[in-house]
Write a protein that binds this ligand. Structure first.
Ligand SMILES: [Zn+2]
Length: 648
């Protein structure tokens, strides 16, 4: 990092300005610049342009092309998800698609590959060499260096993979199943749920397998037979239709990997992640399964004992009963009443508390920006300072409205480049304007972890290192670690107050934490069942996926499969995560290890927090995540802190 002038924030229009023109202008300017850069580099490949012997200049131009495309893709994706005007959302989506298409073309352009492959790496500094190596690796992973007939086949396979993934998802979405039951069988469910499910003319109530129906029913319905009937329907979504789709999808991925020179898809996918190889995924799963065995058995026995109090004949417990009894145990053992907890979390105080906590932790100051523009009146913007130096700008868009992204996530608006672009990021969430659930407070801290990562890592020369640019299986670790601050009695006590001004009692926070931690061992084993299914299906050829999955579940999960169900057919993460579902638990292991460097009695220790900020967050993608973590901890990461947490 060098001392450079601070770039200006991106000027945004005010809410009722012409956003279509704004998006189209930014897209047109940046895409034109990117295309011009591509043609200039391509001329070198043809030998008709300027001399090709200036490696630094080639790399600078390559960096500019990537930055210009990111500028379009990021603004497009953000506004497609959040602009209140549907016409603007549609234009934004088109801009994003144009950027994605250009990025794909570039990745498959043999001329650009030849130019970069011809760059003398020894003439570059270490950062430039890293960018060059990673870029060449991307080209090879796309198959640019393959003969033309192989490239044609890879293109066809990539298209087929997209189609099959879409069909797999659609089959799950479209196969909404249901049970029809007498109204009294809704016993145990909250009044608003029952009111939303009135009986039909024939006197029966319909409960579907959609999450807003299914999750509460599985958690609260006291009728065991009805819970089981609905769970069986849920676990049969998209079956048998998705058996054939999944079989072809796995075959397509296997062929792609083989053509590119990898043993299987898992090895291909793992190459660019911390885990490194398919066999390392298997090793990680085995390790976590072993670590979780004791804690899983312990908590499952608690569930089974409680089930036997209702049904003395029960010999085991499975997915039809585990969520319900976990809730019973949490209520009876830890006495946490969510409605009593909510009154401490009033949205404006939580938002201000979050800013105060993270500001103190990372040595930052947030100054609210007024009159800076934005797509909706709900958006609040802040400039982020450290020692009076402007580091970036953040935008918080935290309440629901029609047409807006319905989950919680951080969206980059601008990737920071030293001296050229100020990093800007946006949180899109859907929190109430009044009292929040504590789980929503945890989500807010989590997503803010991504936001602060994006801003702090926004002063590199290379776009490739900017922001949340680390390996995919590390990306969640900083956010998972920041969740710890939302569970600390002192931290919560600093901003969570009820109407009378009383801070949330430390003893209540401790019970909330215990209730939340209950079942973490069997949760880990269920996660490892999903992870091993995701890995093994991409590692070996499986003829009968149902039989394979059930056998695997018996070995890895803490709960046995339910006969006559077909979990894999509705396992939508096989499309996006492919063989890498392990990533959630992998980054949690590292989050727990990094958190072990903090003093639980003083989560604001400036020395530890400052090292974490500078060595892990600000580093972005400039080094491998394992190296960053080792620099911070003074040793390689281990599973120890995670194991100790599981056993607690
Ligand atoms: Zn996250």
């Amino acid at each position: 990092m060098q001392t450079t002038t601070t770039p200006d924030p991106l000027p945004l229009p005010v809410p009722d300005a012409d956003w279509t023109a704004f998006v189209q202008r930014r897209a047109a300017d940046n895409l034109a610049a990117a295309r011009a850069g591509v043609e200039q580099l391509a001329e070198r490949a043809a030998g008709t342009g300027p001399a090709t012997d200036d490696p630094a200049e080639v790399m600078a131009r390559w960096n500019d092309i990537g930055t210009a495309i990111d500028n379009v893709a990021q603004l497009g994706e953000l506004l497609a998800q959040t602009h209140p005007d549907e016409a603007v959302r549609t234009v934004a989506e088109t801009c994003q698609q144009d950027a994605d298409r250009l990025a794909t073309e570039i990745g498959l352009d043999p001329r650009l590959y030849r130019v970069l492959a011809g760059v003398d790496a020894d003439a570059l500094d270490a950062a430039g060499r890293r960018v060059l190596e990673r870029s060449l690796r991307d080209f090879r992973r796309a198959g640019v260096d393959q003969p033309e007939e192989v490239r044609d086949r890879l293109r066809a396979l990539a298209e087929r993979q997209v189609q099959l993934g879409q069909r797999f998802d659609k089959n799950i979405r479209d196969d909404v199943r249901s049970i029809r039951i007498a109204p009294e069988r809704l016993a145990g469910l909250p009044a608003d749920y029952r009111a939303a499910h009135p009986a039909d003319a024939d006197g029966l109530v319909t409960i579907t397998t959609e999450y807003p129906d299914y999750q509460p029913f599985k958690t609260f319905a006291t009728d065991a037979a009805a819970r089981r009937a609905l769970t069986v329907e849920f676990l049969n979504r998209a079956w048998p239709a998705n058996d054939a789709v999944l079989t072809e999808l796995l075959a397509v991925r296997a062929e792609q990997a083989r053509l590119l020179g990898y043993a299987d898809w898992a090895d291909y996918d793992a190459e660019v992640k911390m885990v490194g190889s398919g066999s390392a995924i298997a090793g990680f799963i085995d390790r976590i399964v072993a670590e979780a065995q004791g804690p899983a058995d312990r908590d499952r026995q608690v569930l089974l004992d409680r089930l036997r109090a209702d049904d003395p004949a029960a010999t085991g417990i499975d997915a039809a009963d585990n969520a319900y009894y976990a809730e019973v145990v949490r209520r009876e053992r830890f006495d946490v009443d969510a409605t009593k907890v909510r009154r401490y979390f009033d949205f404006p105080a939580v938002r201000d508390g979050l800013l105060a906590v993270t500001g103190r932790l990372f040595g930052l100051r947030y100054r609210e920006v007024t009159g800076a523009g934005g797509w909706h009146a709900d958006v609040t913007s802040y400039d982020v300072y450290a020692h009076e130096r402007l580091l970036g700008r953040i935008h918080l868009d935290l309440h629901p409205r029609p047409g807006k992204f319905s989950h919680a996530a951080m969206f980059p608006l601008v990737s920071g480049i030293a001296g050229r672009q100020l990093p800007e990021g946006v949180l899109l969430c859907n929190f109430p304007r009044g009292l929040m659930e504590h789980s929503q407070v945890v989500t807010l801290f989590h997503e803010f972890g991504h936001l602060v990562h994006h801003v702090l890592a926004g002063r590199h020369d290379w776009g490739r290192f900017s922001g949340v640019a680390t390996e995919w299986d590390f990306v969640e670790a900083p956010s998972q670690m920041l969740e710890e601050w939302a569970w600390d009695p002192q931290v919560l006590g600093s901003f969570a107050r009820d109407e009378t001004g009383e801070s949330i009692p430390a003893e209540l926070v401790a019970r909330m934490r215990q209730a939340n931690d209950f079942g973490k061992g069997y949760f880990a084993r269920t996660q490892m069942f999903y992870s091993s299914l995701s890995y093994l299906l991409h590692h070996e050829r499986v003829d009968d996926i149902t039989a394979f999955s059930q056998q695997l579940q018996r070995r890895v999960d803490a709960f046995d499969p339910i006969d006559g169900t077909h979990f894999h057919a509705g396992f939508g993460h096989l499309v996006g995560y492919t063989s890498a579902y392990y990533t959630y638990m992998w980054s949690l292991v590292i989050a727990k290890d990094m958190f072990s460097a903090f003093d639980p009695g003083n989560l604001f220790d400036a020395e530890v927090a400052g090292r974490y900020r500078d060595q892990v967050l600000a580093a972005g993608g400039s080094d491998d995540a394992a190296v960053l973590v080792e620099r911070f901890l003074g040793r390689p990461y281990t599973v120890d802190a995670f194991s100790a947490w599981l056993a607690r």
